[in-house]
Design a protein around this ligand. Structure first.
Ligand code: PA5
Length: 431
């Protein structure tokens, strides 16, 4: 098993799952038979089996071309158009990837996910003397933040490379519409498609996530294989054997018990952007009609020294979902110090992951004792295969969970409000 779900510390009653089983199976039926709200955005469910093989090859070729011609790739996108790639790259490459890149590797930078002048100027100054390429990603092709960043860095590329700048621009967008699509066609940029039936936060296993990942050296074939294994696994019609369905059900049980904040916890900083991806997935999918569990995250043990007190003793309205990695990719063993002035010799011979595991065991028991339900999703190791499975697990669980809550998991009407206010203030025509 590459992913296991442990809910022995979820603080639920024996018959809670039995009671919600009917609702859970009904939500599964809605999702898999495409009878629920937003059913036109279920393309991601079959993606690992049904992806465009020609485009997949072009993604690999584009990644090679980018590596051959550039030392850096600038990924421009926001929300679902960057968080999946950022999550995978943070988890599956060196913690200091950009600083430790060899000659055959490409540094990865991100823009378009904020409107900070200083961020963009600093990035501009960093990139202006490097050979770089751009992958601009926007399903709608009209989102302001990435469009602004693209304008700035496209200008820089054109200044540096003139006519051949277009060889360094790769566009991932809708196949037919949007300003980015029109621009790509006019300028002759290579394009990749965000399929019509896949929304931003469910798009990580399409070109949206795969091209930046391939450029970072991640084995995207392995990732699709892991996702395919998950696709088969979480179709299981037996409630008791379907962990994605059980996780969705547990969330709904806990929500009904007044637990309306869920903390995604990890014990390794490589997973901190995975938590951000998960926050968007669940937050945008469920936060509707004055409902939904507020998704937050904790990077432990770091945050035990900041949020630990609140989690242990504060308002009892939260639960934790821990994503635990069973085997660390690296090994660091504590050596003996003859003076033992720091008093750490009792740890001699242990490696950091054993110590981290004890931190997890101690923390979960403390938090559960303090009345915080805990769910543990354990994965074997951080690699492309497992990550493909993990992405798919949470996407499927999110669809199930949102249908159990009675909301459309695939729209995000609330995101428009800030945009129209901002456009009015900026004097955008039509607002
Ligand atoms: O999940 C979603 O659909 C959103 O979060 C989008 O990913 C985000 O708003 C970016 O949109 P776009 O890709 O159209 O620029």
């Amino acid at each position: 098993m590459t992913i296991t779900l442990d809910y022995s510390k979820a603080l639920i009653k024996e018959n809670d799952l039995e009671e919600i089983k009917h609702l859970a199976l009904a939500s599964k039926d809605l999702l898999e038979n495409k009878n629920g709200a937003g059913a036109e955005f279920l393309g991601w469910t079959n993606l690992p089996e049904n992806y465009d093989q020609d485009e997949f090859l072009r993604i690999k070729e584009a990644a090679k071309k980018i590596k051959d011609q550039s030392k850096a790739l600038l990924v421009i996108g926001i929300g679902g158009s960057y968080l999946g790639a950022k999550a995978a790259i943070s988890a599956l490459t060196n913690n200091f990837h950009n600083e430790s890149c060899g000659d055959d590797q490409v540094k990865i930078y991100f823009a378009g996910q904020n409107l900070s002048e200083s961020y963009l100027i600093d990035l501009y100054n960093l990139l202006k003397d490097q050979d770089f390429s751009i992958n601009v990603i926007s399903k709608s092709g009209t989102t302001t933040e990435p469009a602004l960043s693209f304008r700035i860095f496209k200008d820089l590329l054109e200044e540096k490379y003139g006519e051949t700048a277009k060889e360094r621009i790769f566009v991932t967008t809708d196949k037919e519409k949007g300003a980015l699509r029109d621009l790509a066609l006019k300028e002759g940029y290579e394009t990749f498609v965000v399929p019509d039936d896949i929304g931003g936060r469910y798009s990580v296993l399409s070109a949206v996530g795969l091209l930046p990942m391939a450029c970072a050296g991640i084995d995207i074939s392995q990732m699709m294989e892991g996702a395919e294994a998950a696709r088969l696994k979480y179709k299981n019609p037996v409630f008791e054997e379907n962990d994605a369905l059980i996780y969705g059900a547990l969330r709904n049980i806990l929500y009904k018990k007044g637990k309306d904040i869920e903390l995604m916890v990890s014990y390794t900083p490589e997973l901190s952007y995975f938590s951000q991806w998960w926050i968007q997935l669940f937050g945008e999918s469920e936060g509707k009609n004055s409902q939904g569990i507020f998704p937050a995250c904790g990077n432990f043990t770091t945050d035990l020294h900041s949020m630990g007190q609140m989690i242990q003793d504060g308002r009892r309205n939260l639960f934790e979902t821990v994503v635990l990695v069973n085997k660390s990719a690296k090994d660091l063993t504590i050596k003996e110090d003859p003076d033992n002035l720091d008093g750490l010799n009792y740890l001699v011979g242990m490696n950091l992951s054993e110590i981290n595991r004890k931190a997890f065991e101690g923390t979960i028991d403390a938090h559960v004792e303090g009345g915080v339900p805990n769910i543990v999703v354990e994965i074997e190791r951080l690699d492309a295969y497992n990550f493909g499975e993990l992405f798919y697990f949470f996407q499927k669980a999110c669809g199930f969970s949102a249908y159990m809550l009675g909301v459309n998991p695939f729209n995000q009407p609330g995101v428009e409000k800030y945009k129209s206010n901002m456009f009015k203030l900026l004097g955008k025509p039509g607002y």
